[in-house]
Design a protein around this ligand. Structure first.
Ligand SMILES: CC(C)(COP(=O)(O)OP(=O)(O)OC[C@H]1O[C@@H](n2cnc3c(N)ncnc32)[C@H](O)[C@@H]1OP(=O)(O)O)[C@@H](O)C(=O)NCCC(=O)NCCS
Length: 147
């Protein structure tokens, strides 16, 4: 498994994993394609040959980064891929001078919360009824580091 920058070759598979994981709320192929030319965006993919197993997407403004999404397709889960993706993202963010990584996660998404806790994120807030379908609060988590 290799962690590399997302290119146009990966977009269709990333959008398919978005649909698998987030249904109608997932990013479309067009939205993901837009990230390839977005100067603020940094997306990494975990690839096994030609197959995209997972990805993490981020946007950085003024030294602060938002994680847009992280997902791993079902048959590749629990092999440390999400952990590797987020750690690789943090390394790249440090190199471009970002100081922190913030994300939202559904209050009921305990697997993702366990991942973020393991990686040293802490809760800094809560957005009531942030998500639709089903309606649910978001927990706001953040990880900060020294550059
Ligand atoms: C959350 C998700 C990205 C985790 O991906 P993954 O590659 O399976 O995660 P990893 O194997 O790297 O797990 C790293 C750590 O996260 C935690 N974790 C991951 N999945 C877990 C689960 N199902 N239950 C409990 N803890 C879990 C564990 O602490 C794990 O460490 P361990 O294996 O030493 O116990 C994956 O389940 C997923 O794609 N879910 C659907 C999309 C999603 O919810 N994304 C997050 C949106 S905020």
């Amino acid at each position: 498994m290799e962690i590399i920058r997302m290119t146009a070759d990966h977009v269709a598979q990333v959008a398919a994993i978005e649909k698998e994981c987030f249904g109608r709320e997932g990013w479309s192929q067009r939205s993901v394609t837009g990230e390839l030319t977005n100067a603020l965006a940094l997306w990494l993919v975990a690839v096994d040959g030609d197959r995209v197993a997972g990805y993490v997407g981020s946007q950085t403004v003024c030294g602060e980064t938002d994680m847009m999404n992280v997902a791993v397709t079902a048959d590749f889960r629990r092999r440390g891929i999400a952990e590797k993706l987020v750690l690789a993202l943090v390394d790249e963010l440090k190199a471009i001078g970002s100081r922190c990584l913030t994300l939202e996660v559904r209050a009921s998404n305990t697997p993702a919360q366990a991942l973020y806790e393991k990686l040293g994120f802490t809760q800094v807030g809560r957005r009531p009824k942030y998500y639709q379908n089903p309606r649910e609060d978001a927990l706001i988590l953040r990880k900060e580091w020294e550059n």
